[in-house]
Design a protein around this ligand. Sequence first.
Ligand SMILES: [Zn+2]
Length: 160
Amino acid sequence: MATCKNCGAQLPEDDSIRFCANCGAPLEPDAVPPTAGEVPPSPTPGNGQMPPPPAGAPQQNPYGAYPPPTPPMYQQPPQANPDDKGGCLWGGLCFLFPIVGLILYLVWRQDKPITARACGIGALVSVILEVVLFIIIFIISFALQMSVFDQFSTLLSMML
Ligand SMILES: [Zn+2]
């Protein structure tokens, strides 16, 4: 027994009848309106889930998804980390304490690239300057010893 989709009234099984005798709603033998109402919801969730996989990159290379996220993560930390300001303070501190600078550089290399860079540069410059200073002191002391030795030898020759 067919019923009206609109009002639910029982209808005579006659294909010639196109409209409900009770409410006058048009009668669709294939019940298109209900089907059309049910079909859209089901494809919608399906479409919501389906597009991401065939989106392109992930499907072509499952491991290709790794490189794209990684660069953004390396580029974001400077922006996301408000503490990563670098600056002369850390550079100066690491200049005074190259060991600390080296440690800080290794620790912050991931989280705070800018600050780590400042520390690394400070420590590096500090080490270089210390090496240069050491060489200069060595040369000066060597020259001093030579001059002292000269004076001592001349003093000796004068005494003798
Ligand atoms: Zn009806």
